[in-house]
Structure formats: structure tokens, C-alpha cells
Design a protein around this ligand. Structure first.
Ligand SMILES: [Zn+2]
Length: 324
């Protein structure tokens, strides 16, 4: 139902939005290349609702337009690659690591009553209030970092964005959504979450990162209220990585950045016996895919990690040093 709605919506979506027939694309994937996957998010306008869908599925392989890292020193680039190594090594060593999105996409559907899906749904609903608070504080932090705090127009939009985040009330598990998570802005109080996705995020940190990603889409809303901030994040990521990160790509990277910031704050607030690097890695390690492909609207998963770490040099240091 929801996917059909989103497909209908895609037909009249803004030109720059993803508009291919999603179900057909997924069918092709399963038949021919189940491992060629990418975490995708779609934001489509329908007659009755705006829907965001985030999911793992295959896409046609396209070049992501790499160029030299203009604004990062060789030392910074080496540290960044070392930090990626930490994230994706932890993906293999950590029993609570998040399953890579290509692997999730290849899994069979998971019934609502399966222990893993039930545990995931409980985790998501338990953490939703925390994730909302962390998204709001991370959004305020990002507003200051990008010097929008004295912009009256932006602050009005930020207040409305925060109200939208606060309006989300629960996570609804859904078997048919598989490895998707979605939100209809006409029903902004519910995040629909596929059972495979719920089960694949095996830690509080992994779950908070995806909840925060969805909540950031809700914050931006159907009018791209936060586009000034999103654009600034995208421009900075483009300059640092040499990748083209504008439009929808900038929104996705900003959602992931808010996710990583939210998880970092959560770890600071809830110290435990586990390694800090291991916990931090869970916020981005679902991108440690085997086949790394992107498209016009989305960086490839591994370039997503690259962009996030380029934007967040503190996280690079913390992953490498295993301390704050
Ligand atoms: Zn998204």
C-alpha cells in the first residue's frame, strides 16, 4: 500500500527527486543482483500525503563524479580512511553491529511476531523519545556550527521543524516494508519501519542513528524548510570530499550527519563498559557494503561514510583513539 502510494507520488514528484518505479526496480534486483544494494531515501509528493521512504535496494550503477579532495590535507585523508577501517572492522567484530544495507536487502521477509522483529520494534519505540530530543539538540548544534543562529527567518523555520519532530509519537513495525522506514507527513506521528530493518539494527546506537535520520526528514518537512542549512552542509561536504553533494544528496547526508551527532551525544550521556569506538561505529556501519554503488540522488554507501567523517573530524579522532 505504502509503496504503491509512493510510486504514484513519484510520478508527480519534483523533477530532482527520484522517480523511477521502485517496485519494478526492486523486482529486478531480487531476480538478478540481490547484493547490489544501497540505502535510499525517497521523498515524494502525493495527492494526499508526503512520504519519505528509506530503504535498501539496487540501483543502476552510475559514476558519482569523484574529483580530488581539494580541501583536505593528505594527513586528514589518511586519518579519515583509517577511521573508515575502524567502522567497517567493527562491523565484523561487534556482535551488536548493524547489518549492512545490501545484506538486509537480500534477506527474506520477517514476520511481525518473530523475536528479532519484536525486539527491534520494542527498541525503536523505547528509543524514539530519546532520539527526538537528540535530533532537536543536534539540529540546534548544527545551526550554530553553520552560523544560522542569528538568522530570524531560519529560526522561525527551525521552531516549526522542532514542532514537527515533537509530533512523532510511535514506530509502527510492518512486515511488507521489509528494509524500509517511511513517514507520511499527513500522519506525522508515526514512523513505519520494516521488520528486516528493525531486526538489522542490533544496538541502541544503530537504532538511534536511523530514527534520527527519519526525524531529520520530518524536520525538513514537505517544503524543505531547512534547505539553507542542508545546502550549506552539502557544499561543505562537496568541498571536503570532491564529491558532488547537492540537492537530494545534501538532504540525505544531512540526515545521516544528524544521526551520527545524535548517537555521539547518546554515548556521552550513557557511558558503559563498551568501547567508545565500537559504539560510535554503529551509527554509520550499515554503510559497510560489499558492492558500493551510488546514483544521481545518492552517494554510494561507502562515500556516505567518507562524507560524514569529512564533515565531522572529531568523530574521526574519536573512532581512531577510542575516547572522547
Ligand atoms: Zn533519507
Amino acid at each position: 500500500m505504502m509503496k504503491n502510494l509512493s510510486r504514484e507520488g513519484a510520478k508527480i514528484a519534483k523533477a530532482q527527486r527520484r522517480s523511477w518505479p521502485l517496485e519494478a526496480q526492486r523486482g529486478v534486483t531480487k531476480a538478478f543482483a540481490p547484493l547490489r544494494s544501497l540505502r535510499l531515501c525517497v521523498k515524494s509528493l502525493t495527492l494526499t500525503a508526503v512520504v519519505f521512504i528509506c530503504f535498501g535496494t539496487a540501483v543502476a550503477q552510475t559514476k558519482t563524479g569523484q574529483r580530488a579532495h581539494a580541501s583536505m590535507s593528505p594527513e586528514a585523508k589518511a586519518l579519515l580512511e583509517q577511521a573508515i577501517g575502524v567502522v567497517c572492522t567493527q562491523a565484523k567484530l561487534d556482535p551488536k553491529s548493524s547489518v549492512a544495507i545490501d545484506e538486509m536487502q537480500a534477506r527474506p521477509s520477517l514476520p511481525l511476531q518473530s523475536p528479532e522483529a519484536k525486539a527491534g520494534a520494542e527498541r525503536a519505540n523505547r528509543l524514539l523519545p530519546v532520539a527526538k530530543e537528540l535530533v532537536i539538540s543536534s539540529l540546534r548544534q548544527l545551526t550554530t556550527e553553520y552560523a544560522f543562529q542569528n538568522n530570524r527567518n531560519f529560526n522561525t523555520r527551525l521552531t516549526q521543524a522542532i514542532a514537527r519532530v515533537n509530533s512523532v509519537k510511535r514506530v509502527k513495525p510492518d512486515m511488507d516494508s521489509r528494509d524500509n522506514a517511511s513517514v507520511f507527513l499527513s500522519r506525522p506521528h508515526v514512523i513505519t519501519f520494516g521488520t528486516i530493518f528493525l531486526a538489522g539494527l542490533r544496538s541502541d546506537e544503530g537504532m538511534i542513528s536511523v530514527l534520527a535520520h527519519e526525524l531529520m526528514h520530518i524536520a525538513d518537512g514537505d517544503n524543505d524548510s531547512l534547505r539553507a542549512l542542508v545546502g550549506a552542509v552539502g557544499n561543505k561536504a562537496s568541498d571536503l570530499t570532491g564529491l558532488e553533494i547537492h540537492g537530494q544528496r545534501a538532504e540525505e547526508v544531512t540526515c545521516d550527519l544528524i544521526g551520527a551527532m545524535a548517537v555521539r551525544a547518546y554515548i556521552v550521556n550513557t557511558p558503559d563498559y563498551e568501547s567508545i569506538a565500537r559504539r560510535l561505529a554503529r551509527s554509520i556501519q550499515h554503510n559497510c557494503v560489499e558492492l558500493d554503488e551510488g546514483d544521481e540522488d545518492h552517494l554510494s554507501p561507502r562515500n556516505t561514510i567518507r562524507a560524514l567523517l569529512a564533515l565531522n573530524s572529531g568523530l574521526v579522532r574519536e573512532l581512531i583513539n577510542d575516547r572522547f
